[in-house]
Design a protein around this ligand. Structure first.
Ligand code: SF4
Length: 392
């Protein structure tokens, strides 16, 4: 008889509602309302301790980290936490730990060098033909390793002061920009009306071919992905969305439904994971994650090496481990399931792909390659074939 392992359980799309909130008698109507979820987020030590016995490192983390990045956890996401397990992969992502107060000499407040590339407050123009538009500093919940924690959540020293009019004017004048990524913070925290106005304004700029939204709302707050929101977004195609899932448990029944509504609205979905120690630095977990993503109609897009963000060393995974994970996927499972592993070059060099080495030797005559099983093959270069024919 097959006994389901812990990972088998992670592969199923479960509903965790109303979980910890069952005793409080929350109505299904409230539970399914994004407004209720946001209003009832866990933001204080007292609320957290009502549900969980914290470890000393977590307790001190909550007490000490509040001036850097606020804590906020939606009831929906909080329910994914394993109460018994202090090393729970959901806990590590969302509950502050004392290690956040430690900084190493390599770490930076702005690891991707975004601030240096802002021609207008809130608009990052780092690549030739595309821009990053930071429309808000708020998220449904806060990831402890957030690369933009210097501005996100509004408690840090720096403030995001997006100048929308100046940004629209900049985009109108810069015809080389063909792609706008709305991010922040999380654009899907805006009301339908507010988001629609921004998208309408962007769509009036003829050279903008392609729009994208980066959001973790479908994961933190699937209740926000209403049919009305999807119907509105549908008017602005081509519109893609990048979501952010790190562990298979985050793909719950409700999240799958929410992602399905977005996909039905014709929005191509990609996932950006961050490689995190104790969360997804394990081949079996990563495989389960990418398989579940495909079942949710989401293409695993990027696997990010953790940016050198201050106070994140407890979540760092060596690059060699990341390469090993990709190697364990490539050839062993569906090509669509394999994300591109990237390092966002510290200081602002942009994303650089990092891959296992499959090319063993390259000479003008041949390329020596190995496959996923380690067998080697030789591919003769076309010019050398031609040369040998001529010799003949
Ligand atoms: S959802 Fe994105 S922007 Fe918001 S805290 Fe998480 S990583 Fe940062």
């Amino acid at each position: 008889m097959h006994h389901p392992s812990a990972l088998d359980l992670e592969k199923t799309f479960r509903s965790h509602a109303p979980g910890y909130w069952a005793d409080l008698g929350v109505s299904p109507e409230d539970w399914n309302s994004a407004t209720w979820q946001l209003k009832n987020r866990i933001t204080s030590l007292k609320q957290l301790e009502e549900h969980l016995a914290l470890t000393p490192d977590e307790r001190n983390g909550v007490l000490l980290s509040g001036t850097k990045l606020a804590m906020a956890i939606t009831p929906h996401f909080f329910n994914l936490i394993d109460r018994e397990n202090p090393d729970c992969p959901i806990r590590r992502q969302i509950i502050p730990r004392v290690e956040e107060t430690l900084t190493s000499p390599y770490e930076m407040a702005d690891p991707c060098g975004e601030d240096a590339h802002m021609p207008v407050p809130g608009l990052v123009h780092r690549y030739p033909d595309r821009v990053l538009f930071l429309v808000t500093d708020r998220c449904a919940s806060y990831c402890r390793y957030c690369t933009r924690s210097r501005v996100v959540s509004g408690v840090g020293e720096q403030e995001l002061d997006t100048d929308f009019e100046a940004a629209f004017r900049y985009l109108e004048q810069h015809e080389e920009v063909r792609d706008v990524l709305l991010s922040g913070g999380d654009p899907l925290l805006f009301s339908d009306g507010k988001l629609e106005k921004i998208l309408e304004r962007l769509r009036r700029i003829p050279h903008l071919e392609f729009l994208r939204i980066g959001s973790r709302v479908p994961i933190f707050l699937p209740q926000r992905i209403t049919p009305q929101l999807c119907a509105m977004l549908k008017k602005f195609h081509p519109l893609f969305m990048s979501v952010h899932v790190n562990h298979p448990r985050e793909l719950t029944f409700e999240v799958k439904e929410a992602l399905g509504r977005l996909a039905d609205a014709g929005i191509p979905l990609g996932n950006q994971s961050v490689l995190l120690r104790g969360v997804n630095d394990d081949l079996a977990v990563m495989k389960t994650l990418v398989h579940k993503l495909l079942m949710c109609r989401v293409r695993p897009y990027y696997l990010y090496q953790l940016d050198l963000i201050q106070g994140s060393s407890h979540l760092e995974v060596p690059v060699q481990e990341g390469i090993r994970l990709i190697e364990g996927l490539r050839g062993h499972t569906t090509g669509y399931a394999i994300p591109q592993y990237v390092i966002d070059a510290p200081g602002g060099g942009g994303k650089v792909p990092v891959n296992p080495d499959y090319v063993l030797q390259r000479t003008p005559e041949r390329t020596l390659i190995r496959n996923f099983e380690g067998r080697t093959f030789e591919y003769p270069e076309p010019s050398s074939v031609e040369a040998s024919v001529l010799d003949y």
